[in-house]
Design a protein around this ligand. Structure first.
Ligand code: NAD
Length: 266
């Protein structure tokens, strides 16, 4: 994994959805940069223990799991409270957790719509409103929301995901304006297709279903919209997040930064 060059010694980072994929990579990068980390994410005890150990191995002074089902408002509130109890004010909040469901809009299951809006958008709002008072008292902070190229472009059959991610872009810009004079920055990162276990599983399944190679799935099915014709690496997202946390990024706020191999250049 790429080494982070940022020095974020002693900062308290809270990352959601850190038990897998992009969130795990981000949390490891922040641990390498010297953060004390609180992380949420679903998983059994062995998974949580292994994530905690990987964060300590990466150099985190302290790593604590703050469990939450992000569909539930009171659990999002409890997650932030638990993180503050362990490590004090949250200096860096990364809203990363997200889920997906694909269906024509007229058939879209209402419970899937509700869950996607709850995890991908409402939980971002609730975590921000809970963590922000501490940041305002401290006069500094970083809020980074992991959106998607789908915060900027639509695709058919992803009504809930696209709606939620566009909402994250709007929420990011609004909060950035509200806190612009306080030393807190608020940004969204908008990845294209990223090489996560989730996406790898989809590649294998699609290769079987279509009887084509995994390379062909990536090239001809998934990356049609991604001009670089390669998946983005988790580390590329993680290093951008670590940079956004640095002092050098103090004037970068209210942005939705694509890391999408040129997708949104079209
Ligand atoms: P992933 O499935 O590997 O990880 C998702 C994480 O969210 C896990 O830790 C999971 O436990 C957590 N989570 C899911 N539902 C939850 C719930 N109800 N309560 C608490 N935690 C919950 O996904 P990923 O590919 O790493 O995606 C992470 C983020 O990046 C998401 O917001 C996703 O929309 C976004 N993203 C991913 C891609 C991609 O190609 N992988 C592209 C663009 C944006």
């Amino acid at each position: 994994m790429m080494e982070s060059t940022q020095n974020l010694d002693g900062r308290h980072a809270l990352v959601t959805g850190a038990t897998s994929g992009i969130g795990l990579g981000i949390t490891q990068a922040l641990a390498r940069a010297g953060c004390r980390v609180a992380f949420s994410g679903l998983g059994d005890d062995a998974t949580i223990a292994s994530v905690s150990q990987s964060l300590l191995d990466a150099g985190a002074e302290s790593a604590v799991h703050v469990p939450a089902d992000l569909r539930e408002v009171d659990q999002v509130e409890a997650m932030v409270t638990a993180a503050e109890r362990h490590h004090g004010t949250v200096d860096i909040l990364v809203n990363n957790a997200g889920i997906q469901y694909v269906s024509p809009v007229q058939d879209f299951p209402v419970d899937r719509w509700d869950a996607i809006l709850a995890v991908n958008l409402s939980a971002v709002f609730h975590a921000i409103r809970c963590a922000l008072p501490g940041m305002l008292d401290a006069g500094q902070g970083r809020i980074i929301n992991i959106a998607s190229a789908h915060a900027l472009r639509a695709s058919p059959f992803k009504a809930a995901y696209v709606a939620a991610k566009h909402g994250v872009a709007g929420l990011t810009k609004t909060v950035a304006l509200e806190v612009a004079e306080t030393g807190i920055t608020v940004n969204a990162v908008a990845p294209g297709y990223v090489d996560t276990p989730l996406v790898r599983g989809q590649i294998a399944d699609t290769a079987k279903a279509r009887d084509i190679s995994e390379d062909a799935v990536v090239r001809d099915v998934m990356l049609k919209s991604q001009p670089t014709r390669r998946l983005v690496a988790v580390e590329e997202i993680a290093s951008m997040v670590a940079w956004l946390c640095s002092d050098g990024a103090a004037s970068v706020t209210g942005t939705v930064l694509p890391i999408d191999g040129g997708w949104t250049a079209r």
